[in-house]
Write a protein that binds this ligand. Structure first.
Ligand code: PEP
Ligand code: MN
Length: 343
């Protein structure tokens, strides 16, 4: 349920209303729309009587929300969320590009790739230290040593880092050292992990589960947001379908759906979305043309020798060409709208 508040509502009156709701076991989320102030109600609102609510001096309208997600929804929060990380912002007018290897393998590897992608305009360095591998016999990542190498690369290049958390055991290490905490596709519905990461107050990159609907993804985002501290960046990375020509089926249509239903920034990962490096560039272009706020691209300096996902990793030279193309498309998309923020 959403309460549209009257323009003259004072902060004291709004706080009183929030406390009244809290007494009924309902959380009131305050949100400023372009023209109106809203209070989104989360909890069991079935006992609330709309007519009685309208007798409150500061309530102008009462709207029922039919969507199963709340905090991630645009109805609760009409304006786009822009996630500020250091000097860069995700979801604003700049194209976000998170690039780097699937896994951190060595200091030379991560530094070489970080320098190359920065030169081409990447805004984040990605790199897995804890790897969710389908087989327990595959390379599992360097763990905390990998995180240390990511920190060295950040220090040497200035790029903020994004890396995946798989277990609550490392919450404090990630809180201290990671700029954007990635929740991978396999953990998108690991609800205790989502709650705990949401309490850290670091931005969270939430990747879509391979068998999850868009509504399920937005409900997963609600788990992170309900801690009230963290923001979320959504990432479409392909879903599992009957098609076998690609590793996953990249759902480009998720971009306009998510941009309509949610206020959160949306990025696309064409590397995991296709599983083939040759397809990364065309699908990156398609994602930006569809209105994505950014991309996640796997880049490796020696893809043939990569310890993980080499077949879908582009070389720095291909990344260079890709960046030239997506930047042109991004400028075109922005130019057409006049302003990408006006969604
Ligand atoms: C990754 O980004 O390296 C990764 C494992 O992605 P996903 O969770 O989308 O499979
Ligand atoms: Mn990978």
């Amino acid at each position: 349920m959403i309460l549209v508040l009257k323009p003259g509502a004072s902060p004291e009156q709004i706080e009183q209303l929030r406390l009244d709701m809290e007494r009924r076991g309902i959380t009131g989320w305050d949100s400023q729309g372009e023209h109106t102030r809203l209070m989104g109600l989360v909890g069991d609102t079935s006992a609330l009587d709309a007519e009685a609510l309208l007798r409150n001096d500061i309530i102008e309208r009462v709207l029922k929300v039919s969507e199963p997600y709340k905090l991630a929804g645009r109805r609760f929060h009409p304006q786009n969320t822009v996630v500020q990380v250091g000097n860069t912002a995700v979801g604003g007018s700049q194209l976000t590009v998170m690039a780097g290897p699937c896994s951190v393998e060595s200091e030379e590897q991560i530094l070489s790739i970080a320098r190359d992608i920065r030169a081409d305009g990447a805004t984040f360095l990605r790199g897995g230290a804890f790897k969710p591998r389908s087989s327990p016999f595959s390379f599992q990542g360097l763990g905390l040593d990998g995180l240390e190498l990511m920190k060295i690369a950040r220090e040497k290049t200035g790029l903020p880092i994004v890396t995946e958390i798989m277990s609550q055991d490392y919450l404090s290490a990630f809180e201290k050292d990671v700029d954007v905490i990635q929740i991978g596709a396999r953990n998108m519905q690991n609800f205790p992990l989502l709650r705990d990461v949401g309490a850290l107050g670091r931005p969270v990159l939430l990747k879509r589960g391979a068998a999850c609907t868009i509504d399920e993804m937005l409900m997963a985002a609600d788990y992170v947001l309900m801690g009230g501290k963290s923001t979320v960046i959504l990432c479409e990375r392909g879903i599992r379908t009957f098609e076998t020509a690609t590793r996953n089926t990249l759902d480009i249509s998720a971009v306009p759906v998510l941009k309509t239903r949610s206020h959160l920034p949306v990025i696309v990962d064409p590397s995991h979305g296709t599983g083939h490096w040759e397809m990364v560039e065309p699908m990156a272009m398609a994602a930006v043309a569809a209105g994505a706020d950014g991309l996640m691209i796997e880049v490796h300096n020696q893809p043939a020798r990569a310890l993980c996902d080499g077949q879908q990793s582009v070389t720095p030279a291909v990344f260079h060409r890709l960046m030239g193309k997506v930047q042109k498309i991004h400028a075109l998309v922005r130019g057409e709208n006049g302003d990408t923020d006006a969604n």
